[in-house]
Design a protein around this ligand. Structure first.
Ligand SMILES: C[S@@+](CC[C@H](N)C(=O)[O-])C[C@H]1O[C@@H](n2cnc3c(N)ncnc32)[C@H](O)[C@@H]1O
Length: 260
């Protein structure tokens, strides 16, 4: 399937090093939220070039699978896997279609599902619910967690706010659900232009609930000690006072049919 991400593989691969907030705020906060995954089976939705799939495997997960609709991203992630042999599997699929969660080897097979910056690309409420349903179907029938980094519904609409961190975000003030927005990011020599959709906290929570997640908490990012030491607290102050992304930690209990 053609995707706006097909031409962004190289930039994504570079982005952890080229954008300090990715390493020192995002990855630090996301992996903290995920917690101990030693011996767990983890599915990374919208894995892109495989950045988080590799980090999750290195953090001790027993099995890691990454899924993405961009053929270019999946091809790249597989080529890296062939070189590095970490044991991460990659599959191409449209994750907004809940049937992706029913695929053999995916359905009911994971303790944890993750998704970093994937839900903001849901163009409709159905797609948002579809992503969450895919996550729930991939989790064990007995339950599990879905941890996602999403666009902060209250991100700062001053377009300059995130420029110091290599991003420029534009979107209407007081938007309706699913209003399109745009992000430009500078990643080393590359400029990324991405269209996203803005969903409220309530829209995320409804989509998660409709998929069977019954406990949802929102986590604000923090900065790593290394990031503070290297760049100083003043550098991070704007970002932390109004981060462009938050982490949603959603838990699902046993599937209803198990209780029947
Ligand atoms: C902003 S990138 C994030 C990539 C990766 N998670 C990371 O943090 O580096 C969003 C990814 O979600 C994928 N994506 C967006 N919509 C999707 C869909 N409907 N099905 C599968 N993947 C999707 C894109 O192809 C892209 O690789």
């Amino acid at each position: 399937m053609d995707s706006q991400f097909d031409t962004t593989v190289a930039a994504y691969e570079r982005s952890m090093e080229a954008m300090p907030f990715r390493e020192h705020v995002e990855a630090h906060s996301f992996l903290n939220a995920v917690g101990d995954i030693e011996g767990r089976d983890v599915l990374d939705l919208g894995c892109g070039s495989g950045l988080y799939a590799r980090l999750l495997r290195r953090a001790g997960a027993a099995r890691v699978a990454g899924m993405d609709e961009s053929a270019a991203m999946v091809d790249h992630a597989r080529r890296r896997e062939a070189r590095e042999g970490l044991g991460v599997e990659y599959l191409a699929a449209d994750l907004a279609d809940p049937a992706a969660g029913d695929l053999p080897g995916i359905a009911g097979a994971f303790d944890l599902v993750t998704a970093v910056y994937v839900l903001p690309y849901a163009p409709s409420r159905e797609a948002l619910e579809g992503f969450c349903a895919t996550a729930r179907r991939a989790l064990r029938p007995t339950g599990g967690r879905f941890v996602a980094a999403v666009l902060n519904p209250e991100f700062c609409t001053d377009p300059e706010w995130y420029r110091g961190y290599g991003m420029l975000l534009s979107a209407r003030q007081a938007p309706a659900e699913g209003t399109p927005g745009h992000m430009r990011a500078w990643v080393g020599p590359d400029v990324l232009d991405l269209d996203f959709f803005r969903w409220s906290a309530a829209a995320h929570e409804r989509a998660l609930e409709s998929a069977g997640f019954d406990r949802v908490s929102w986590i604000r990012p923090t900065v790593s000690e290394q990031g503070r030491a290297r760049y100083g607290d003043e550098f991070w102050a704007n970002y932390l006072s109004c981060p462009h992304a938050l982490i949603v930690d959603a838990q699902a209990g046993p599937r209803a049919e198990l209780g029947d």
